[in-house]
Design a protein around this ligand. Structure first.
Ligand SMILES: NC(=O)c1ccc[n+]([C@@H]2O[C@H](COP(=O)([O-])OP(=O)(O)OC[C@H]3O[C@@H](n4cnc5c(N)ncnc54)[C@H](OP(=O)(O)O)[C@@H]3O)[C@@H](O)[C@H]2O)c1
Length: 223
């Protein structure tokens, strides 16, 4: 009995569309980390991360889990590691095959509307001098139905897990940092605009402590 219940719990209920999202902060060269740490401490980004992921399952590599140092509260914590006897605290789920996990999630997902409801598109607007050309985004409606968001799984890093999960992802939440990090050793894959539709860009956020600006971008996979 135990294993059957476990399977259902682990992979969500059948007949519900599951969305796989990636959330990451990248610099201008797609760097994401150094010495198993984030590149900058950006409280507004951490707040954004919390807002987006709260209540959703989060999938992370063992190194990112160690870097965070504890299970993320109020989220189902799924850690992937190739080390079969990797030790995780009680309540944290361990998988040794990320491909099998993501494939299973996709298989159990019934895509009634592949990318959810319509999203308002980027529009060209006039800037203050009356010149056209500045790209702005209208207020967006989220992609995905309520059901999809209920079943949104977040891949939260790090580099090797992002690389692997990239092909499975439906949506990307990118914090684009307008700076170049010193000596990074972990990177996010290039985002190919022919495969990914940038549908939302936030106003610039300024972090005074680091003297850097960043924006929250959202992409959906083109079909
Ligand atoms: N900027 C951000 O938003 C952000 C977010 C998260 C993390 N990070 C940064 O990313 C860096 C860590 O990245 P990382 O690549 O070193 O570590 P990681 O992705 O967190 O963890 C890597 C672990 O996942 C395992 N793994 C990879 N593919 C797998 C698969 N298909 N199935 C099962 N296990 C698999 C790896 O095995 P192998 O070692 O054998 O490959 C390794 O044990 C840190 O600097 C961290 O701060 C940045």
């Amino acid at each position: 009995m135990g294993s059957e219940c476990e399977t259902n719990r682990n992979y969500s209920e059948k007949n519900q569309r599951i969305m796989i999202s990636i959330i990451v902060a990248i610099d201008k060269q797609n760097a994401i980390g150094r010495k198993n740490q984030l590149l900058w401490h950006l409280p507004a980004d951490l707040k954004y991360f919390k807002e987006k992921t709260l209540g959703h399952p989060v999938i992370m590599g063992d190194k990112t889990f160690e870097s965070i140092g504890r299970p993320l509260p109020n989220r189902r914590n799924i850690v992937v590691s190739l080390i079969k006897d990797y030790k995780v605290p009680e309540g944290v789920e361990l998988y040794t095959d990320l491909g099998a996990l993501l494939t299973k999630l996709k298989e159990e997902s019934v895509a009634k509307e592949p990318h959810g409801v319509e999203v308002k598109k980027m529009t060209e607007v006039e800037n203050e001098k009356g010149n056209k050309g500045e790209k702005k985004y209208e207020s967006e409606r989220e992609i995905g139905s309520e059901k999809e968001r209920e079943n949104e799984y977040f891949v939260i890093g790090g580099a090797s897990v992002y690389r692997f999960a990239f092909d499975y992802a439906d949506k990307l939440y990118i914090t684009q940092i307008d700076a170049i990090a010193e000596d990074p050793d972990a990177f996010f894959p290039a985002i190919d605009p022919t495969l990914w539709d940038l549908y939302s860009v936030s106003e610039p956020q300024y972090d005074a402590a680091n003297n850097i600006t960043f924006r929250f971008l959202k992409y959906r996979r083109r079909k």
